[in-house]
Design a protein around this ligand. Structure first.
Ligand SMILES: NC(=O)c1ccc[n+]([C@@H]2O[C@H](COP(=O)([O-])OP(=O)(O)OC[C@H]3O[C@@H](n4cnc5c(N)ncnc54)[C@H](O)[C@@H]3O)[C@@H](O)[C@H]2O)c1
Length: 382
């Protein structure tokens, strides 16, 4: 059987996670990778076991007969790299955020549609099995009407003023940092599970470290912890480390989300509490295999991730029996399973089950409105 040929562009933190997940799916071959620094590209390819390394993205697209490209570079490069691939007739899986502006994202949505190509955004957190289970339980009426949603996404990898990354630079990350980086996952999961639309936002941001110490050499995500702070320069920071956003939903009810990248001890913690007219769901990504179900007139329940206890619609994103815990790396495998069914077919299905460029555009729009609300200190309609 002919293998699907894939390239991964950007091999810092998340690129290798894509490669590992792709290798867990049959009949896919990662044939090439892109890394912009010529001196390191070959060594990275050797470490990752990829035959062909390129420091020139256009050359890779020209020379390799690719079916699909994964864009895993800093945010500002998502738009040009996804666009180049689509123009060459290559399917694209893009990291979030899809682009850095709404206009760019709109262009990508239109281009992918006009070319009839598979277009996906790696909103992998949707693929925690309990998230699919909550969505299905809500669809089947177990939650009832959504009364309120409270969510947070907390991290600590930017806690110290010596923590530094390209995400702190608006020309690479976009106008927002924490909201674009992790708030996008949180709001995507909220709308995905509830099927509600956020209609209005009221945001308040803080920049905890108003200056940071920038190392004089590049630092990949999370690797900053291993560096000795030796050669730094002080740089002003003007994007948010922390944000709280009040939300109004299209069912007339309300919610609130808080994101922080300076919350000591919180490593990568997405937490949700969805209160409905029948029960409450509470779930946290740091204990991803357990769903707390709150009841007013009966004992509360704790549902463990177990395909035999799940709704049939949620079983498809579970690979192991109960007690054999699945986590973050499994989410990418599950999302790629659904995306690559379409890549194999050569075109997107009529109703893709995975997040597409339109979902990426939706998050950019929300992010735009949230930034606007913070600046105006007012409610903004989406
Ligand atoms: N879905 C998720 O859970 C998740 C998690 C982490 C990151 N991400 C997204 O993935 C993207 C990459 O994040 P990361 O944490 O892996 O970043 P990173 O800094 O660790 O790695 C980025 C890689 O991109 C390439 N790169 C860096 N600078 C470049 C430049 N100037 N020109 C071209 N290529 C360059 C390099 O190969 C580098 O290793 C971001 O958009 C981020 O939002 C998503």
């Amino acid at each position: 059987m002919e293998k699907i040929k894939v390239a991964v562009a950007g091999v810092g933190f998340i690129g290798p996670a894509h490669i590992e997940a792709l290798r867990r799916i049959p009949n896919i071959e990662v044939v090439a990778m892109f890394h912009p620094f010529e001196a390191e590209a070959k060594e990275k390819a050797m470490d990752l076991g990829i035959p062909n390394a390129y420091a020139d993205y256009a050359e890779m697209l020209d020379k390799e007969a690719l079916d699909c490209v994964h864009v895993c570079t800093p945010n500002n490069l998502h738009f040009p790299m996804a666009k180049q691939a689509l123009e060459k007739g290559i399917h694209v899986v893009c990291e979030k955020p899809l682009a850095t502006t709404v206009a760019e994202a709109e262009e990508l949505v239109a281009l992918a549609e006009s070319k009839g190509l598979v277009n996906a955004v790696h909103f992998n957190l949707r693929y925690y099995p309990i998230v699919r289970q909550m969505k299905t339980m809500r669809e089947k009426g177990q939650l009832g009407e959504v009364y309120s949603i409270m969510g947070s996404y907390l991290q600590d990898w930017l806690f110290f003023e010596t923590d530094y990354n390209w995400r702190l630079e608006p020309d690479k990350s976009g106008e927002s940092k924490a909201i674009a980086d992790i708030g996008s996952h949180l709001m995507d999961v909220i709308e995905y599970i509830s099927d509600l639309k956020i209609t209005q936002v009221m945001a308040d941001f803080s920049t905890i470290h108003k200056t940071r110490k920038k190392p004089l050499k590049p630092v990949e995500t999370y690797s900053g912890k291993a560096l000795n702070p030796e050669d730094y320069v002080d740089v002003p920071i003007n994007t948010e480390d922390f944000a709280t956003v009040m939300l109004r939903f299209d069912n007339g009810n309300k919610g609130v989300v808080t994101v922080s990248q300076v919350a000591a001890g919180r490593k990568n913690r997405l937490s949700l509490e969805i209160a409905g007219s029948k029960e409450t769901f509470s779930w946290c990504s740091e204990s991803p295999n357990e769903l707390w179900i709150g009841k007013r007139d009966a004992p509360n329940q704790l549902l463990m991730r177990d395909p035999s206890l799940f709704e049939p619609e949620a079983r498809s994103v579970v690979s192991f029996p109960g007690g054999h815990n699945e986590g973050f790396p499994d989410t990418s495998k599950q999302i790629f399973k659904e995306i690559y069914a379409d890549v194999k077919a050569g075109k997107p299905s009529a109703t893709p089950t995975y997040p597409i460029f339109k979902d990426g555009l939706r998050e950019l729009l929300l992010c735009d409105k949230i930034v606007e609300s913070h600046k105006k200190e007012a409610w903004v309609t989406v």
